[in-house]
Design a protein around this ligand. Structure first.
Ligand code: PAN
Ligand code: ZN
Length: 186
């Protein structure tokens, strides 16, 4: 017999719809220590939602071998001081488990760092990104609209939120003409 999936992707809203969707919000208060300009960070309303992740609840517990998760991150546009809004970023707790990202909406960057070397890939609607299994990775919204990016990762992977300065030696700022520039952490 034919069966309908309980989750659908809506290409107009860039969101998941249906039953069995889990959502996680990350607010300004969750990002202490992540932005270089601490004065500008303190000035944010701590309850400001910076990004949301929604993913299909497929019933698998994190840590289960062999499974996959599918989710979408929606990262708001903005700057803290001159540094663009970003996701925390992480290593996978189980190293050497890769991940795919796929750009849906907006303009941004995928920062990947491995052995101190940073790669920044431009994320645009339709861009496909492979994240190697040992790379720390995060999204940066360099555009004026929401950055929505889908992701597929292993249930086994888990997340290792190491201190940001240990994961990412570089940052991305808005320059005087509104273009992204890369700077080393001092
Ligand atoms: C993504 C991220 C998502 C939010 O689903 O978890 O973009 O970023 P942080 O987890 O760093 O806050 C992913 O990479 N999963 O493995
Ligand atoms: Zn990941």
């Amino acid at each position: 017999m034919f069966k309908q999936s309980n989750v659908t992707y809506n290409g107009e809203t860039f969101k998941l719809e249906g039953s069995g969707i889990q959502k996680k919000e990350t607010r300004a208060k969750d990002l202490a220590g992540y932005f270089s300009d601490s004065t500008a960070y303190q000035a944010l309303d701590p309850e400001t939602v910076m990004y949301q992740v929604e993913f299909q609840d497929n019933g698998l517990a994190e840590g289960t071998a062999g499974g996959l998760y599918f989710g979408i991150t929606h990262l708001y546009p903005g700057v803290v001081g001159e540094e663009y809004y970003l996701t925390k970023g992480h290593f996978h707790a189980k190293r050497n488990t890769g991940e795919y990202y796929f750009g849906l909406q907006g303009q941004g960057l995928l920062m990947m760092t491995e052995n101190g070397e940073t790669i920044l890939e431009k994320v645009v609607p339709g861009s496909v990104h492979y994240i190697p299994g040992n790379a720390a990775h995060r999204l940066i919204n360099t555009g004026a609209e929401m950055l929505s990016v889908s992701a597929c990762w292993q249930t086994e992977s888990g997340h290792d939120y190491a201190p940001p300065e240990e994961m990412f030696p570089q940052r991305v700022f808005r320059d005087e003409v509104g273009k992204p520039i890369i700077k080393n952490n001092s």
